[in-house]
Design a protein around this ligand. Structure first.
Ligand code: B12
Length: 444
């Protein structure tokens, strides 16, 4: 119940509409697969584009199958299909789009309009099969040169107001989302760069401020989420954006994601000034050895400092942590626990690392990766990495982390209840025993 509109699809929609194509968006957030199938069956069949990421794979495959049965031509895009083109073609996609979708789809639709089958060869950024079953992958799609020349996402193509009201109904505050940039130039080995590569393009700060003002006028939100990979990456841009907001007297509370090395006291001041109430930071591990193995490009101390800078300005902090990266052993788990206690963010979220196809991490563990279930009904999250600690081990690590942080927080409150402390201490001892006991369990 914290839904956000699919901005990538809405960007494609506004682009194609501007170029004169008739586009409708079926938004699955407030709908069901049956509703979609009803639309597909009703027809008349035309061209269906489907967004896929690693979590939506099995649903997308069902949709492709149904669409083919009803006579639709199918195109699939988003961050996952480019990493598995053959599998998506086998599953019923006529064309897999790699990278940004706007220009590629425009060219595909033009070719379809001209009924020119052979023209597909000349379209960059796609994978398709010839009538004799040969897979063809065309050249790489160049990135859109000027983001500011693109229309804003077609929020009118879906029921955007319902997203805001759903937020308000469940959390007391209505939220909208907005993107100020595309792509992340950093090299973290586990991160998927399938769509934008390791590039970074920013929008003009005045255009972003205009879009935010428009969102406020149209949807009356109480807050916003900036869905960039690293919102504070460019400090000069941030200052210009802050000036644009000030000149419009616009201050909508927002949350965003950043990197510890792109946050400092001045950035934290600016964030607080323009309404940032929460920053999410990828912390990943409290062990420098593991951060270096990830090529994260950040130190443990930078994370601690960035969280402190934000907290001292009243900005809440959330950190992401990852268990089970290559080389992580008991000492590293303990280092992470120590780090989270010392950093004391408002929220911390943990995941057991999983190799996303197309990343350096995936290549590194590829010869040890095994799927539990067939590709079409699983995701890269389900991949087993042979030789790594067991799922149970990471479960105990998680329990220990939570118990240790709870104790650390209890000790800082004035009226500490001695019996509560004693019971957490017992729990910590048990978690640590379990963790050490499971240290020899290896995924086989
Ligand atoms: C915002 C976001 C979220 C939000 C999504 C809310 C929303 N509805 O927008 C939340 C927090 C919910 C989320 C969750 C998850 N996310 Co996320 N998320 C992002 C993020 C930061 C921005 C997405 C975005 O708006 N991008 C901007 C638009 C313009 O780009 P785009 O969506 O990719 O669209 C372009 C192309 O892909 C293409 N395209 C898109 N759709 C289509 C359709 C067709 C037919 C065609 C031809 C082309 C096409 O054209 C678009 C315009 O150029 C991306 C990273 C990123 N910067 O993209 C990660 C990202 C998409 N997330 C990712 C992951 C792994 C997840 C989770 C699995 C995390 C988890 N462990 O739970 C979950 C999955 C949730 C789910 N069920 O889908 C990965 C996906 C990797 C992969 N290979 O699939 C990404 C790429 C991050 C990363 N670098 O690893 N995420």
């Amino acid at each position: 119940m914290k839904p956000y509109p699919p901005l990538g699809v809405l960007y494609i929609c506004s682009h194609l509409r501007k170029k004169g194509f008739a586009v409708e968006v079926f938004d699955s957030t407030f709908s069901s697969k049956e509703d979609l199938f009803h639309v597909l069956r009703q027809g008349p069949p035309s061209i269906l584009g489907v967004y896929a990421n690693l979590m939506t794979r099995s649903n997308v495959i069902e949709i492709l199958k149904e669409a083919k049965l009803c006579g639709w031509q199918t195109i699939v895009g988003g961050p996952e299909p480019g990493a598995y083109p053959d599998e998506y073609l086998d599953a019923g996609a006529d064309i897999v789009v790699k990278g940004e979708g706007e220009l590629t789809l425009e060219e595909i639709l033009r070719a379809r309009r001209a009924d020119s089958e052979s023209a597909l060869d000349a379209i960059d950024g796609i994978v398709f099969r010839t009538p004799d079953g040969k897979t063809v992958q065309t050249g790489p799609r160049a990135l859109i040169r000027e983001l500011d020349a693109q229309p804003w996402p077609a929020r009118d193509a879906i029921d955007t107001a319902r997203y805001v009201s759903t937020w308000r109904q469940h959390h007391g505050q209505g939220s909208v989302s907005i993107i100020t940039a595309r792509g992340c130039p950093y090299h973290c080995r586990w991160c998927s760069h399938e769509v934008f590569g390791k590039t970074h393009r920013r929008r003009d700060p005045s255009s972003v401020a205009d879009e935010l003002a428009w969102l406020v006028d149209h949807y009356h939100p109480d807050m916003a989420w900036i869905a960039d990979d690293v919102f504070t990456i460019h400090h000069g841009w941030l200052n210009r954006y802050a000036a644009e907001l000030k000149s419009r007297n616009l201050r909508l509370p927002f949350e965003c994601i950043s990197r510890a090395d792109r946050l400092n006291s001045q950035v934290a001041d600016t964030l607080a000034e323009i309404g940032c109430f929460r920053v999410w930071i990828g912390s990943e591990s409290g062990s420098q050895k593991i951060l270096d193995a990830m090529e994260r490009g950040v130190t443990v101390e930078q994370v601690q400092d960035a969280v402190a800078q934000c907290k001292s300005r009243g900005i809440q902090t959330g950190i992401f942590l990852m268990w089970g990266y290559e080389g992580e052993e008991l000492d590293d788990v303990e280092a992470t626990i120590h780090h989270v206690k010392k950093t004391n963010p408002d929220v911390f979220l943990t995941t057991v690392s999983y190799p996303i196809k197309g990343t350096q991490y995936f290549s590194e563990v590829a010869n040890r990766v095994e799927a539990f279930r067939p590709w079409s009904v699983s995701s890269d999250r389900d991949l087993k990495i042979k030789g790594r600690h067991s799922r149970r081990f990471y479960g105990f690590a998680d329990q220990l982390l939570k118990a240790e942080v709870e104790l650390a927080r209890l000790s800082t409150t004035r009226s500490t209840d001695a019996s509560a402390v004693a019971s957490i201490q017992v729990k910590i001892a048990e978690c640590r025993r379990n963790l050490h006991g499971a240290a020899s369990e290896i995924e086989v």
